[in-house]
Design a protein around this ligand. Sequence first.
Ligand code: SAM
Length: 323
Amino acid sequence: MQTVQQTDYDAFSAKLACLSKGYLPPNEQSLTMPIKGFVPLYQGYKDLHLQYFQALKSGLGGRRLASKISRTIQNSQPVMNYGTYLRTLSIDIPLLNYINELPETKQLQIVNLGCGSDLRCLQFVNKQLFPQVTRYIDMDFKQSIEFKQSVLTKSHQELLSGIYEAVPCDLNNIDETMAILNKLLSVKIPTVFITECALCYMSQKESQILIDSIRKTFLTGVWLSYDPIGGDEPNDRFGKIMKENLLMSRNLSLPTLLIFNSKDTYARRWKEYDQVIIENMWNFLQFTISPMEQKRLQSVEFLDEIEELKVMQTHYVTLKARW
Ligand code: SAM
């Protein structure tokens, strides 16, 4: 298994930690501006994840993986849990907003590039909630997709309608990626592309070609992306330390962390798009999450390290690029 694929288990453990501690799901008072469909989106959210986790445990090699995930959940720190909470909402909110803008009769396709074990597929293929969503494609390395498919088959077979497909693919292979997208989707239907902590693992050249190719191929849509940025202040060592730590401890490479090190440099990659909005996650917390919800989050676990949270969250961004 490639080290980059293992990052998915960290993401999934972090999500479970947030659910078990009570950060997630959010509620009707979580946002400064209420959004239609926000609360229903998280109905059954915890069970969805626990059922997946149960099925994962009973699968091949699942026991070892499950005990690793359980350890990570137990050792989760408040700053990390805040991060996961914010990261989840920073994709869900613009995705819901985009859906809400479309007339109910209009169709919509969603593609999660580097999906890992993310279970948004189960939330958004819900016909009652989102009649517009006619296609949901998950893409990741072959091994990750086979694993996800086997767990989903055990845990959520009934939810996976003909709308959903999980497809193996190396995103750095642009010809293969674009061939799959062209085959499975209609380029005329509005399409949402999600990259949640996925572009940061891709090489610079290929990620740029992917961003440009999707813009050229699909007539209209929105790209939602979440990633760390290295930081561009002269004394900022966040990115350098993160990059070195991951390389040393896990042999994991973040090829563009220090290149797209600020909001501006990160957003410039979508220069061919019509409207690009980017925000760091500290500001996302301040402006999108209501004061009441911020209080609730503080009461979930004692968080002493506000400065640490701020440093960390100013080094993560959420981007929305429309065309
Ligand atoms: N997006 C998921 C989430 O946020 O829960 C998973 C995030 S995980 C940190 C990164 C994922 O990107 C992994 O599942 C990994 O296998 C996938 N990934 C990274 N580079 C990839 C590539 N070149 N092709 C396909 N998948 C890739």
